[in-house]
Design a protein around this ligand. Structure first.
Ligand SMILES: NC(=O)C1=CN([C@@H]2O[C@H](COP(=O)(O)OP(=O)(O)OC[C@H]3O[C@@H](n4cnc5c(N)ncnc54)[C@H](OP(=O)(O)O)[C@@H]3O)[C@@H](O)[C@H]2O)C=CC1
Ligand SMILES: O=C(O)C1=N[C@H](C(=O)O)C[C@H](O)C1
Length: 259
């Protein structure tokens, strides 16, 4: 059986390094090289070149799938380039807007290409988002607190935004808090999303964590997920790589690939 050829954009980053390790352990997948602005001698071997430019890499190696864990500033152009060159993108990079995703979906359909964009590849995080959505239907007073390492570029996290979008679909419209509430320190109440709030904590020592807290008369419900190691994302990335060639257009969220 032909092994699926996979490249990794952002191969020298925290997630990229983990993905390369995972690919090298899977006999059904063939890692054919990475893309990263800084070529690290530790990672580059004759078998696994590291390119500095995506287009050059895709033309030279002709992978089936490109996995992207780069940054919010470059991800949209990366996905567009991959689709135009006929390579299926599996994207974990956060920072794409819903409008960006619609544009990329249209482009992917025009090129008859499948793609996966998932703000969180950890199964526990997907369940946390689903449970929060179910709970918000019955308990519409809700706040999201996400906690990440202090090198993260975007706030709020992609996971928090996706959670908020899922909650918004089912939650009775309601502006929370006291109508005369006054912030005496700007930002103290977090970011406003459709009448509820998202708070972002950044500290060394954290990996990726989120709490959704729902309140009602005399009770609160807290739904919490913790990624304590980046290994937590790898089964989801692996699943997306193996399913993406059978898709047409972009799916947004790992939940669409789970039974
Ligand atoms: N969906 C999910 O499950 C998860 C998503 N993420 C997301 O993944 C993204 C990456 O996170 P993380 O690995 O921690 O970040 P890092 O900063 O550790 O890694 C990003 C890497 O991409 C490189 N890079 C920058 N520009 C380009 C480019 N144009 N082409 C190729 N490589 C490029 C960076 O190089 P340089 O440093 O030189 O700029 C860096 O090596 C973030 O958006 C994060 O939110 C993270 C974890 C899980
Ligand atoms: O930057 C990270 O680390 C993470 N980013 C994703 C996000 O923004 O939700 C996923 C996970 O939380 C880790």
């Amino acid at each position: 059986m032909n092994r699926l050829k996979v490249m990794v954009s952002g191969a020298n980053g925290r997630m990229g390094r983990e993905v390369v390790k995972m690919l090298k352990k899977d006999d059904d997948l063939l890692y054919v090289g990475g893309i990263d602005p800084i070529v690290s001698s530790q990672q580059e071997t004759d078998d696994n070149p590291i390119y500095q430019r995506l287009e050059e890499a895709l033309i030279a190696e002709k992978p089936d799938v490109i996995v992207d864990f780069t940054n919010p500033h470059v991800v949209k152009d990366n996905v567009r380039t991959a689709i135009e060159l006929g390579v299926s993108p599996v994207v974990g990079t956060t920072g794409l807007t819903l409008e960006d995703i619609l544009i990329l979906d249209k482009l992917a359909k025009e090129h008859e290409i499948g793609g996966v964009i998932a703000p969180n590849f950890a199964i526990g995080a997907v369940l946390m988002m689903k449970f929060a959505q179910t709970a918000a239907k019955y308990m519409p007073n809700v706040e999201i607190i996400e906690y990440h390492h202090d090198q993260k570029l975007d706030a709020p996290s992609g996971t928090a935004l996706k959670t908020a979008e899922l909650i918004q679909q089912v939650r009775k419209e309601l502006k929370q808090g006291h109508p005369n509430e006054k912030e005496t320190l700007i930002g103290a109440r977090g970011g406003a999303f459709s009448g509820f709030r998202i708070h972002s904590v950044r500290l060394p020592g954290l990996v990726a964590h989120q709490e959704v807290i729902l309140g009602d008369l005399g009770q609160t419900l807290t739904i919490r997920h913790d990624s304590i190691d980046r290994e937590s994302f790898m089964p989801g990335v692996n699943l997306a790589i193996k399913k993406v060639k059978s898709l047409r257009g972009i799916i947004y969220g790992l939940e669409h690939l789970l039974n």
